[in-house]
Design a protein around this ligand. Structure first.
Ligand code: NAP
Ligand code: ZN
Ligand code: ZN
Length: 352
């Protein structure tokens, strides 16, 4: 076992604090990654605070991991020491179900091994005696098939958030056809939202940001948005009714989905990626415009690599605030207030 410095929470009311975990020695198909940076996703906060229920403690969060391969197992073919790589939201899956075979491992019918707050897999499935620990740590051992290549040209610290915020926005934008001539709205300008703006803009769509923070207007336009709507404006929803082909909703807190659905054109789609507490939904706004409501969960390994290559090709990376790990509790407080421009990334050198 490899004793590895980390930051963990002991329970849902605790603060993140220094901790030590044991990583496994790389098996024949594993790689050991020396972590350089880890992004801070709002899902980290939801899970640390047990807002989704079922959290496993102690918890080491972090699923936007980048670093260098420091050791490879004897049978590893895909990677060598020194490769610049990343890990996203899952580290294993069954490989045999229909979802895994289609490259949609995030929907594995036997349950993927999430990067933290989950369990490792063995021959019998998820092993409840082996919790997974995430990227708020100096190193991680992972099966070679669940590792991504970070393309040359994306600064490594700004690449970390692509592993969750990037793929979570790229996948639905791709699936629902963000393209030239399409009017797309991104709701919530945070970690996911700002990546959604950059990616939709790079795909050629006309992008509007809907934000409850009026002071984010200039940033939205600089990030690539064509328009900005302050949702606190009492007329915002009537003035903009029926305007969009597609809405990507990234908001982490409860808000009225029914109001946003009214902004879709006939046959338009709103896709939820933000995961707040349950929120009431009326049939009216869907029926009256034959509108569709969808959801999307991260993306598979193949699509995540495609997203990384797309970002490198289009010069897309996350706008980040780099923090030492002992600023993490304060960063959480700021994210909950919507005060992040636009992703906190932990400099893991501060933990070494
Ligand atoms: P984030 O950086 O904290 O951004 C969330 C944004 O939501 C804020 O910047 C803010 O934007 C808006 N917001 C916050 N509180 C609000 C309120 N009370 N009313 C209206 N808007 C509010 O979070 P994130 O990391 O982007 O994550 C967003 C959500 O996506 C979280 O729920 C997370 O768990 C979820 N998520 C889902 C997936 C998936 O696969 N589906 C993957 C990753 C994350 P404005 O200031 O512009 O309004
Ligand atoms: Zn995430
Ligand atoms: Zn599977």
């Amino acid at each position: 076992m490899l004793a590895t410095p980390a930051y963990a929470v002991a329970d849902a009311k605790a603060k993140l604090a220094p901790f030590s975990i044991d990583r496994r020695e790389p098996g024949p198909h594993d790689v050991l990654i020396d972590i350089a940076y880890c992004g801070v996703c709002h899902s980290d906060i939801h899970q640390v605070r047990d807002e989704w229920g079922g959290s496993i403690f102690p918890m080491v969060p972090g699923h936007e991991i980048v670093g260098k391969v420091s050791k490879v197992g004897s049978a590893v073919k895909k990677w060598k020491q020194g490769d610049v790589v990343g890990i996203g939201c899952f580290v294993d899956s069954c490989r045999e179900c229909e979802a895994c075979k289609s490259g949609e491992e995030q929907f594995c019918s036997k349950g993927m091994s999430v990067t933290y707050n989950g369990y490792e897999r063995d021959a019998n499935g998820l092993n409840k005696s082996k919790p997974t620990y995430g990227g708020y740590s100096t190193g991680v051992t992972v099966n070679e098939d669940y590792v991504l290549r970070i393309p040359v040209g994306i600064p490594l610290d700004r690449a970390a958030p692509l592993l969750c915020a990037g793929i979570t926005t790229y996948s639905p934008l791709q699936r629902f056809g963000a393209k030239k001539g399409h009017k797309i709205a991104v709701v919530g300008l945070g970690g996911l939202g700002h990546m959604g703006v950059k990616i939709a803009h790079a795909m050629g769509a006309h992008v509007t940001v809907l934000s409850h923070s009026p002071n984010k207007r200039d940033d939205a336009l600089k990030l690539g948005a064509d328009d900005f709507i302050a949702t606190k404006d009492p007329d915002a929803f009537t003035k903009n009714a029926g305007k969009f082909d597609f809405i990507l909703d990234t908001v982490s807190a409860q808000h009225d989905y029914n109001a946003y659905l009214q902004l879709l054109k006939r046959d338009g789609t709103m896709c939820l990626v933000g995961l707040p507490d349950p929120t009431p939904l009326s049939a009216g706004p869907l029926i009256m415009g034959r509108r569709k409501l969808a959801g999307s969960l991260i993306g598979g390994i193949k699509e995540t690599q495609e997203m990384l290559d797309f970002c490198a090709k289009h010069g897309v990376a996350s706008d980040i605030e780099l923090i030492p790990i002992d600023h993490i509790n304060e960063a959480y407080e700021r994210m909950v207030k919507g005060d992040v421009r636009y992703r906190f990334v932990i400099d893991i050198a501060s933990l070494k």
